[in-house]
Design a binder for this molecule. Structure first.
Ligand code: HEC
Ligand code: HEC
Length: 172
């Protein structure tokens, strides 16, 4: 009788430690996946799961003619106006409708900040304060356009603005 009880106890212990071990592996896997996801982030902020679809839709809508622009380079008001304007810097965009319109705005709004309503809304990088703030070391000599980002951000076409060309990477 006594021996049987010990066996049952041992069995319970074995099962329990097995389960705990399995739980740990799952947690480790999740942590590893998280790290991988973070390692690939090339813009200012990590994209949480709740915004991933919105980011995909933004990239789909806004990266066919030029590199997708990081949301934080303009105030929210700029994006708000651009998304509902088919006249786009001399070209005509297809009208953006829901759900794409809502999702694109959700993404751009989440990663940009509203500016004071008294300030003029910038539509060019050279007028954008946040763009300048993101570039403390850079004195732009040439006009910055959607085509010049890649000269310093070699992975701009992959929406990575953290990677820099060696001359900027080495500088203090
Ligand atoms: C049909 C092609 C096309 C698509 C699609 C497109 N753009 Fe553009 N975009 C342009 C052109 C052309 C320019 C002007 C380039 C220039 O003059 O240097 C431009 C310029 C811009 C600029 C101004 C940057 C600057 O300072 O010169 C912003 C901001 C911008 N686009 C945002 C967007 C957003 C947001 C979307 C998605 C809704 C989008 N674009 C989709 C063609 C496009
Ligand atoms: C002349 C080189 C140069 C050009 C052109 C340039 N950048 Fe940058 N960018 C930099 C450097 C260098 C940094 C790092 C901040 C610093 O040292 O000033 C940076 C930082 C950034 C950041 C912040 C990245 C982060 O998360 O830390 C963003 C976003 C960005 N640039 C977007 C753009 C966009 C969009 C364009 C094109 C319209 C552009 N840049 C054009 C040199 C450049």
């Amino acid at each position: 009788m006594q021996q049987r009880r010990v066996w049952v106890l041992a069995l319970i212990l074995m099962l329990w430690s097995g389960l705990a071990g399995w739980g740990l592996t799952q947690a480790q896997n999740a942590a590893a996946q998280n790290l991988v996801a973070q390692a690939e982030v090339g813009t200012v902020d990590v994209v949480p799961q709740s915004l991933q679809l919105a980011q995909e839709v933004y990239l789909e809508q806004c990266s066919s003619c030029h590199v997708a622009l990081p949301a934080e380079t303009f105030p929210s008001q700029t994006w708000q106006q651009l998304l509902v304007d088919q006249n786009h810097y001399g070209v005509t965009l297809p009208r953006l409708i829901n759900p794409e319109l809502g999702l694109t705005w959700k993404y751009l709004q989440a990663y940009s900040r509203p500016q004071s309503p008294d300030d003029q809304i910038p539509f060019r990088f050279r007028q954008s304060k946040t763009f300048r703030i993101l570039h403390p070391r850079v004195e732009f000599s040439e006009p910055v356009t959607v085509d010049t980002c890649a000269s310093c951000h070699p992975a701009a076409s992959q929406f990575n603005f953290r990677q820099l060309t060696p001359e900027w990477d080495d500088a203090p």
